[in-house]
Design a protein around this ligand. Structure first.
Ligand SMILES: Cc1cc2nc3c(=O)[nH]c(=O)nc-3n(C[C@H](O)[C@H](O)[C@H](O)COP(=O)(O)OP(=O)(O)OC[C@H]3O[C@@H](n4cnc5c(N)ncnc54)[C@H](O)[C@@H]3O)c2cc1C
Length: 477
């Protein structure tokens, strides 16, 4: 019988595909990554989307998960050019009174801005920040019996709640409530639904534990560093080749899909048992995003000067408005006043724009598969907190949810997490199985953010998938 050409082939050079390939190469396995686009990186790419010299993060921009990821921390990405930039504050949340709440790494300084909620803020985040590494080791992977049961019980009790419920139970004042609502909105769930607090707790904890950094030069640098490391370990990468059918792949002992379950079925459907295919067909995708990138003539003219201290700015005002914005998306509507995740990387990284000019990045949530142009509504929200913003725009680039999927087929209907992360699907991605990475077919694996722990640039889905490959190949000889 003919020997397979390779130990493993990975379809897709996103952070998880590259992480999987590195893990396999570190174990001495021969591995090739095949990427559809002409450049590597998936959600970690940087490109001149607007004007020459303006370098925009096409997808991910702010990387607390990247910096905190146990996998990224264990590999020498700095030797391959990755450098983190830390703005003075992780996050700014401006309010209509012309002030802003800032989260900095200093827990107490952050709490002091919250007046009557200062103690409640420290008591909510303090214990999580103290134990952040143990916490992350528990939650950034597949479901298992916790090694730190008391810590996980504490976190779980809070995380299972709705962001609105937790914010209103713990905090009395509008500042702390608004701040937590903005953090919770990263869940891409209505803030009244169970488990929408989890993202807020984790991102808030990381803001204090490690900060919310960005990669110098743009998120592409993360992908390039991963690729540099992979190549130094003997791995290979081929770009500009979309895999559409299983027989297009080189022969390999293991095939890892850095794709959505939808594509796994499209590409390997015939190999998969009917029952598993049906279960993958029931995998649910969440809301989409509408994304804008701007080339600016100058920095954003924030009413609250302190917003200039953070790369990330949450634009949505008070808790009630953010709750309504996310609830509207949950109902399949387009919010009039959407909650905006906004980033201004060039304030801290001059390589992003020509001298004196700036870039900005922002998106809001919209119903899955939306083609509605949200540009006016997004810019109106920015104007609300930074009057004169529109006058600084030199050029803009937009992508609706359908265009997001055309850009990267993992974002089904524009869902940037490649699958909704609600109570039923957060740990059981893509289906309930002892190893969610393995399919019922020997040698076929899923390694994208459609597996635990889900969305974000952290490589942990790829790492765990590769560990599953290695465990199984050891067993089989
Ligand atoms: C607008 C936006 C903002 C975001 N902001 C952040 C942020 O600030 N911080 C953060 O941590 N995360 C953020 N994310 C999420 C993050 O980018 C993703 O969760 C992450 O990139 C998922 O990694 P992945 O490797 O699983 O998949 P991806 O990064 O999506 O990579 C998948 C790769 O597989 C390739 N591929 C797919 N199908 C095929 C095929 N058939 N043949 C060959 N190649 C194929 C794709 O072209 C792609 O390159 C954001 C995402 C978006 C879109």
């Amino acid at each position: 019988m003919r020997q397979p050409e390779l130990d493993a082939v990975v379809i897709g050079a996103g952070p998880n595909g590259l992480a999987a390939a590195i893990t396999l190469a570190q174990a001495g396995r021969s591995v090739t990554v095949i990427e559809a686009a002409n450049t590597i990186g998936g959600g970690a790419r940087t490109a001149e989307l607007t004007l020459p010299g303006f370098r925009h993060d096409v997808c991910s921009a702010i990387q607390p998960l990247g910096l905190a990821s146990p996998f990224f921390r264990a590999i020498p990405l700095h030797e391959h050019g990755l450098r983190w930039i830390h703005p003075p504050a992780a996050l700014a949340h401006p309010l209509d009174d012309g002030t802003a709440v800032l989260i900095s790494q200093d827990l107490r300084a952050t709490a002091e801005q919250l007046g009557q909620d200062s103690k409640a803020y420290v008591s909510l985040f303090g214990p999580l920040v103290e134990n952040w590494q143990a916490l992350l080791a528990e939650i950034l992977g597949p479901f298992r019996l916790p090694r730190r049961p008391f810590l996980m019980a504490r976190f779980g009790r809070l995380a299972v709640r709705s962001a609105r419920g937790l914010a209103t139970a713990r905090f009395r004042g509008p500042r702390a409530r608004a701040l937590f609502a903005g953090l919770g909105a990263h869940s891409m769930l209505p803030l009244e639904s169970a488990v929408s607090a989890a993202a807020g707790l984790m991102l808030g904890t990381l803001a204090h534990a490690v900060g919310w950094p960005m990669a110098a030069g743009g998120s592409q640098q993360i992908a390039d560093a991963l690729a540099g490391l992979l190549k130094s370990l003997g791995g290979q990468i081929e770009t500009g080749r979309t895999i559409t059918a299983f027989d297009e792949l080189p022969s390999a002992r293991a095939v890892l899909f850095n794709t959505s379950p939808k594509q796994l079925v499209q590409i390997a459907g015939e190999q998969l048992p009917e029952s598993y295919r049906r279960r993958l067909g029931r995998f649910r995708y969440g809301p989409g995003v509408f994304k804008l990138d701007w080339a600016l003539d100058g920095p954003v003219p924030w009413t609250a000067e302190s917003c200039r201290q953070a790369a990330t700015v949450h634009l949505g005002g008070p808790l009630e408005e953010i709750v309504e914005s996310e609830a509207a998306v949950g109902r399949g509507e387009h919010p009039e006043r959407p909650f905006i995740l906004f980033a201004q990387q060039s304030l801290f990284d001059p390589s992003r724009a020509p001298q004196g000019k700036h870039t900005a990045w922002g998106y809001c949530h919209v119903p899955n598969g939306s083609t509605v142009d949200m540009s006016d509504r997004i810019e109106a929200q920015i104007e609300r907190f930074a009057p004169g913003f529109r006058n600084r725009i030199l050029a803009r680039h937009s992508r609706n949810s359908v265009e997001m999927e055309q850009y990267n087929s993992n974002y089904v209907g524009g869902d940037i997490n490649a699958g909704i992360q609600d109570l039923r699907q957060i740990w059981t991605r893509p289906v309930i199985r002892f190893s969610p990475y393995a399919t019922p077919v020997a040698g076929l694996y899923l390694c994208s953010s459609s597996t635990p722990p889900g969305g974000g640039v952290h490589g942990m889905c790829g790492y765990h998938a590769a560990r599953a490959v290695l465990r199984r190949s050891l067993k089989s000889g």
